[in-house]
Design a protein around this ligand. Structure first.
Ligand SMILES: [Zn+2]
Ligand SMILES: [Zn+2]
Length: 175
């Protein structure tokens, strides 16, 4: 079982390989970057956001048709939401092995600061590893420095180390 990373054409370019490498350091998986042929659906004009569950539905359909058993992670630049959630950094569906992450609120520019690829890669690696962690069966963790801590704000992601705490790490070693 590998991790396929689908990179939407509008997602920030040039950092795919860096993300893939970071995920291989953090997770017991081989990861491969693929060009995404997914049409980003689920845009909600009144919210100017995209419904993350619609994107997971697209991924599930792809998995069903291709018959693949690999985990899939879609990286998009659209700001994500879900019924009942004002915004989401990412969303995963463990039952089907599909996850989506958004770079929108991980970029410095969103908060009025100068762009920095290093910051973006750091946050994207942690948020992606968090969602894939769910796909591998991990739940949220109470350790605020652990990748599996549930991040509600950017500062939560900034506080997380690029690290799974010993308990989460122990779980991953048995996957
Ligand atoms: Zn989570
Ligand atoms: Zn943990």
């Amino acid at each position: 079982m590998d991790l396929l990373i689908f990179w939407d054409s509008r997602a920030p370019p040039g950092i795919q390989t860096a993300l893939s490498r970071e995920l291989e350091i953090l997770l017991p998986l081989i990861s491969r970057v693929c060009e995404s042929h997914f049409v980003v659906t689920g845009y909600i004009p009144s919210r100017k956001q995209t419904d993350a569950t619609a994107l997971l539905d697209s991924l599930d359909l792809f998995k069903k048709r291709s018959g693949g058993t690999d985990l899939v992670l879609l990286v998009v630049s659209e700001d994500l939401c879900r019924k009942g959630d004002e915004y989401l950094f990412g969303l995963s569906r463990q039952s089907t092995g599909s996850a989506v992450v958004s770079t929108a609120r991980l970029e410095n520019e969103y908060y009025g600061y100068p762009a920095d690829d290093g910051d973006l890669i750091d946050r994207l690696a942690k948020e992606s590893a968090h969602e894939v962690g769910h796909l591998l069966g991990l739940a949220h963790c109470r350790n605020r420095e652990c990748i599996m801590f549930n991040p509600l704000l950017l500062e939560d992601i900034n506080r997380q180390k690029r690290w799974f705490c010993p308990a989460c790490q122990e779980y991953l070693q048995k996957v």
